[in-house]
Design a protein around this ligand. Structure first.
Ligand SMILES: [Zn+2]
Length: 197
Protein backbone atom coordinates (compact mmCIF):
# COMPACT_ATOMS: atom_id res chain seq x y z
CA UNK A 1 0.00 0.00 0.00
CA UNK A 2 1.38 3.39 -0.95
CA UNK A 3 1.99 5.71 1.98
CA UNK A 4 2.14 9.45 1.44
CA UNK A 5 4.54 11.03 3.89
CA UNK A 6 6.48 14.14 4.73
CA UNK A 7 10.06 14.35 5.98
CA UNK A 8 8.79 14.61 9.56
CA UNK A 9 7.16 11.18 9.25
CA UNK A 10 10.43 9.43 8.42
CA UNK A 11 12.86 7.74 10.77
CA UNK A 12 16.28 9.38 11.08
CA UNK A 13 17.95 6.90 8.72
CA UNK A 14 15.17 7.13 6.12
CA UNK A 15 15.34 10.91 6.25
CA UNK A 16 19.10 10.71 5.67
CA UNK A 17 18.45 8.44 2.68
CA UNK A 18 16.03 10.79 0.92
CA UNK A 19 18.30 13.75 1.65
CA UNK A 20 21.25 11.84 0.18
CA UNK A 21 19.17 11.24 -2.97
CA UNK A 22 18.28 14.91 -3.19
CA UNK A 23 21.93 15.92 -2.70
CA UNK A 24 23.08 13.41 -5.35
CA UNK A 25 20.87 15.05 -7.96
CA UNK A 26 23.38 17.89 -8.18
CA UNK A 27 25.76 15.39 -9.82
CA UNK A 28 23.38 14.62 -12.68
CA UNK A 29 24.67 14.93 -16.22
CA UNK A 30 21.41 16.02 -17.84
CA UNK A 31 22.06 18.51 -20.65
CA UNK A 32 19.27 17.09 -22.83
CA UNK A 33 16.32 16.77 -20.46
CA UNK A 34 17.21 19.45 -17.95
CA UNK A 35 15.78 16.95 -15.48
CA UNK A 36 18.11 15.98 -12.64
CA UNK A 37 17.50 12.78 -10.71
CA UNK A 38 19.39 11.60 -7.65
CA UNK A 39 19.07 8.20 -6.05
CA UNK A 40 20.44 6.71 -2.85
CA UNK A 41 20.34 3.14 -1.59
CA UNK A 42 20.91 1.73 1.86
CA UNK A 43 22.07 -1.86 2.18
CA UNK A 44 21.81 -4.43 4.96
CA UNK A 45 25.34 -3.46 6.00
CA UNK A 46 24.01 -0.01 6.91
CA UNK A 47 26.15 1.63 4.24
CA UNK A 48 24.58 3.89 1.64
CA UNK A 49 25.50 4.84 -1.89
CA UNK A 50 24.29 7.50 -4.26
CA UNK A 51 24.06 8.10 -7.98
CA UNK A 52 22.54 10.42 -10.54
CA UNK A 53 21.23 10.24 -14.08
CA UNK A 54 23.78 10.15 -16.91
CA UNK A 55 22.52 11.28 -20.31
CA UNK A 56 24.04 10.94 -23.76
CA UNK A 57 23.82 12.74 -27.09
CA UNK A 58 22.54 9.39 -28.35
CA UNK A 59 19.44 9.83 -26.23
CA UNK A 60 18.55 6.17 -25.83
CA UNK A 61 21.84 5.49 -24.05
CA UNK A 62 20.92 7.58 -21.05
CA UNK A 63 21.17 5.89 -17.66
CA UNK A 64 18.71 6.59 -14.85
CA UNK A 65 19.88 7.52 -11.37
CA UNK A 66 18.50 4.25 -9.96
CA UNK A 67 20.59 2.18 -12.37
CA UNK A 68 23.59 4.38 -11.66
CA UNK A 69 23.34 3.88 -7.90
CA UNK A 70 22.81 0.12 -8.22
CA UNK A 71 26.00 -0.06 -10.28
CA UNK A 72 27.86 1.85 -7.56
CA UNK A 73 26.58 -0.49 -4.83
CA UNK A 74 27.34 -3.57 -6.94
CA UNK A 75 30.86 -2.34 -7.67
CA UNK A 76 31.33 -2.12 -3.89
CA UNK A 77 30.16 -5.78 -3.66
CA UNK A 78 27.25 -4.57 -1.55
CA UNK A 79 24.04 -5.23 -3.48
CA UNK A 80 22.08 -6.30 -0.39
CA UNK A 81 19.72 -3.36 -0.87
CA UNK A 82 16.93 -2.75 1.65
CA UNK A 83 15.79 0.75 0.66
CA UNK A 84 16.12 3.25 -2.18
CA UNK A 85 15.13 6.90 -2.46
CA UNK A 86 14.59 8.78 -5.72
CA UNK A 87 14.41 12.56 -6.08
CA UNK A 88 14.04 14.48 -9.33
CA UNK A 89 13.49 18.01 -10.49
CA UNK A 90 13.46 20.01 -13.70
CA UNK A 91 16.33 22.35 -12.91
CA UNK A 92 15.73 24.47 -15.98
CA UNK A 93 12.36 25.36 -14.44
CA UNK A 94 13.29 25.47 -10.74
CA UNK A 95 10.00 27.03 -9.72
CA UNK A 96 8.35 23.68 -10.39
CA UNK A 97 9.77 21.03 -8.10
CA UNK A 98 6.44 19.60 -7.04
CA UNK A 99 6.38 16.63 -9.40
CA UNK A 100 6.71 13.27 -7.68
CA UNK A 101 9.38 11.13 -9.31
CA UNK A 102 8.83 7.38 -9.32
CA UNK A 103 11.21 4.80 -10.84
CA UNK A 104 10.59 4.05 -14.51
CA UNK A 105 9.78 0.52 -15.66
CA UNK A 106 13.38 -0.49 -16.34
CA UNK A 107 14.49 0.80 -12.95
CA UNK A 108 11.75 -1.15 -11.20
CA UNK A 109 13.17 -4.29 -12.80
CA UNK A 110 16.70 -3.36 -11.67
CA UNK A 111 15.49 -2.69 -8.12
CA UNK A 112 13.64 -6.00 -8.17
CA UNK A 113 16.87 -7.81 -9.09
CA UNK A 114 18.60 -6.27 -6.06
CA UNK A 115 15.67 -7.33 -3.90
CA UNK A 116 16.32 -10.90 -4.98
CA UNK A 117 19.93 -10.58 -3.85
CA UNK A 118 19.04 -9.04 -0.49
CA UNK A 119 15.92 -11.14 -0.01
CA UNK A 120 14.18 -7.95 1.14
CA UNK A 121 11.03 -6.42 -0.36
CA UNK A 122 12.95 -3.19 -0.98
CA UNK A 123 11.27 -0.03 0.30
CA UNK A 124 11.10 2.66 -2.37
CA UNK A 125 10.80 6.35 -1.47
CA UNK A 126 9.64 8.45 -4.43
CA UNK A 127 10.03 12.15 -3.74
CA UNK A 128 9.39 15.61 -5.08
CA UNK A 129 12.48 17.75 -5.65
CA UNK A 130 11.83 19.80 -2.54
CA UNK A 131 11.01 16.67 -0.46
CA UNK A 132 7.65 18.21 0.42
CA UNK A 133 5.96 15.00 -0.65
CA UNK A 134 7.29 11.47 -0.27
CA UNK A 135 5.51 8.28 -1.28
CA UNK A 136 6.73 5.04 0.25
CA UNK A 137 5.93 1.65 -1.21
CA UNK A 138 7.75 -1.60 -1.79
CA UNK A 139 9.22 -2.92 -5.00
CA UNK A 140 6.66 -5.75 -5.07
CA UNK A 141 3.94 -3.07 -5.06
CA UNK A 142 5.65 -1.12 -7.86
CA UNK A 143 6.35 -4.24 -9.93
CA UNK A 144 3.94 -7.05 -9.08
CA UNK A 145 4.45 -10.52 -10.55
CA UNK A 146 7.97 -9.54 -11.59
CA UNK A 147 10.25 -11.70 -13.72
CA UNK A 148 13.44 -12.55 -11.89
CA UNK A 149 16.11 -15.13 -11.14
CA UNK A 150 13.51 -17.56 -9.75
CA UNK A 151 11.98 -17.78 -13.24
CA UNK A 152 15.34 -19.02 -14.47
CA UNK A 153 15.79 -21.44 -11.57
CA UNK A 154 18.81 -19.41 -10.47
CA UNK A 155 17.65 -17.84 -7.23
CA UNK A 156 20.03 -20.01 -5.18
CA UNK A 157 22.96 -19.85 -7.56
CA UNK A 158 24.62 -16.50 -6.96
CA UNK A 159 26.27 -16.96 -3.53
CA UNK A 160 28.18 -20.01 -4.74
CA UNK A 161 28.96 -18.40 -8.11
CA UNK A 162 30.26 -15.34 -6.28
CA UNK A 163 32.64 -17.60 -4.34
CA UNK A 164 33.78 -19.08 -7.65
CA UNK A 165 34.29 -15.59 -9.02
CA UNK A 166 36.40 -14.55 -6.05
CA UNK A 167 38.54 -17.69 -6.27
CA UNK A 168 39.06 -17.13 -10.00
CA UNK A 169 39.98 -13.49 -9.43
CA UNK A 170 42.45 -14.49 -6.71
CA UNK A 171 44.08 -16.97 -9.11
CA UNK A 172 44.35 -14.29 -11.79
CA UNK A 173 45.85 -11.84 -9.32
CA UNK A 174 48.33 -14.53 -8.22
CA UNK A 175 49.38 -15.10 -11.82
CA UNK A 176 49.86 -11.40 -12.31
CA UNK A 177 52.15 -11.25 -9.26
CA UNK A 178 54.44 -14.04 -10.52
CA UNK A 179 54.41 -12.81 -14.11
CA UNK A 180 57.59 -11.62 -15.76
CA UNK A 181 56.13 -8.48 -17.28
CA UNK A 182 55.08 -5.36 -15.50
CA UNK A 183 51.71 -3.71 -15.96
CA UNK A 184 53.30 -1.61 -18.71
CA UNK A 185 53.98 -4.77 -20.70
CA UNK A 186 57.72 -4.10 -20.48
CA UNK A 187 60.10 -6.62 -18.93
CA UNK A 188 60.62 -5.99 -15.24
CA UNK A 189 63.94 -4.52 -14.25
CA UNK A 190 66.13 -7.05 -12.39
CA UNK A 191 65.74 -6.71 -8.64
CA UNK A 192 68.54 -4.74 -7.17
CA UNK A 193 70.41 -6.59 -4.46
CA UNK A 194 70.02 -3.62 -2.16
CA UNK A 195 66.23 -3.96 -2.24
CA UNK A 196 66.47 -7.21 -0.31
CA UNK A 197 67.74 -5.59 2.82
ZN1 LIG B 1 14.62 4.58 -14.83
Amino acid sequence: MHRTLTLADLSERDRQLVEAARDASVNAYAPYSGFAVGAAVRTKSGRSYSGANLENASYGLGICAEVSVMAVASAAADLDVEAIAVVGHKFTEPQDSSQLVTPCGRCRQVIFEASQVSNVDVRVFSCTGDLSQIVECTISELLPAAFGPKNLGLDEAWPEMRSQLRAAAARLAGKARVGTTSHTGLPRAPRHAASKR
